[in-house]
Design a protein. Structure first.
Length: 250
């Protein structure tokens, strides 16, 4: 199956490399593509606040960033090929753009200075990568300040835009603003990826990733996430109840 429904959201059933090829095809075709990378927390946020479904569901491509979504698809009897982490898609796409210097990347989000450091680190790693511009993520998401950010993205002639404002803020921002950025071909909501590229945050060691425990590593490093993370068991057990009751979301 091309797309798999997990609790009311349609996910691409693609491997990492298939995801990358699909993005490059879309980039070359010039049609605007929005990519969101929901994890279980975000799917649960949609279940709890259904007004989020049209926002998150507006993406042209949803990829399952997290073991929770992959497990849920399996519980529902429609397994997804694999977990496709947004941070890795963002890095691979940057690498692919470095080999296609006609395309320019803009990094939006993170604390002041982080996007710029991320841009420097990415260009060091992938020479040839064309950075159109950067902007931090601490601006008013409406009115004049927002207009100024939109204008700087338009002026930069960016083809690809990484939006790293945290979820669901970045999904809401892209949903509200994509039409004002008609020349941006790919808009990707990539959470805290900008911090990883800049080196201000680290991904979990491989062993945690392999065991499907990246969420646990994050909890150890950022205990204040405990409230948000209660969404994980809620999502897991909720998916079982959902399956057993035959209920339909969306
Ligand atoms: N962030 C931002 N603007 C804001 C709030 C957050 O740019 O108004 C950034 C924050 O600095 C971080 C990123 O959003 O770089 C994502 O944060 P988090 O790790 O919480 O990501 P999530 O797990 O929500 O995807």
């Amino acid at each position: 199956m091309d797309k798999i429904n997990v609790r009311g959201l349609w996910f691409e059933n693609l491997t990492l490399s298939e995801t990358l090829s699909a993005l490059l095809d879309r980039l070359e075709s010039g049609r605007q593509t929005v990519l969101f990378t929901p994890n279980a927390e975000i799917v649960q946020a949609c279940v709890d606040d259904p007004a989020l479904y049209p926002v998150v569901g507006s993406a042209d491509m949803l990829i399952p960033d997290g073991i929770g979504v992959v497990k849920a698809a399996k519980i529902l009897g429609t397994p997804l090929k694999e977990k496709v982490p947004g941070v890795v898609v963002g890095e691979k796409l940057a690498e692919a753009l470095a080999a296609r210097p006609a395309y320019r990347l803009f990094l939006l989000g993170g604390k002041p200075g982080v996007a710029l450091t991320a841009a420097e680190k990415l260009t060091e790693k992938y020479p040839g990568l064309q950075i159109a511009g950067t902007h931090d993520g601490y601006f008013k998401k409406e009115g004049e300040e927002n207009e100024a950010v939109l204008e700087s993205i338009r002026q930069s002639k960016a083809d690809v835009l990484y939006v790293c404002l945290g979820a669901p803020a970045q999904e809401k921002w892209i949903y509200a603003n994509r039409e004002f950025l008609p020349d941006v071909k790919i808009l990707a909501g990539l959470g805290g990826s900008v911090d990883i590229y800049a080196g201000t945050a680290k991904r979990a060691p491989k062993i945690f990733i392999t065991l499907g425990l990246e969420w646990f590593y994050r909890l150890l490093r950022e205990p204040k996430r405990i409230g948000r993370m209660m969404n994980l068991p809620k999502f897991y057990f909720g998916t079982w109840i959902y399956k057993l009751s035959g209920r339909k979301e969306q």
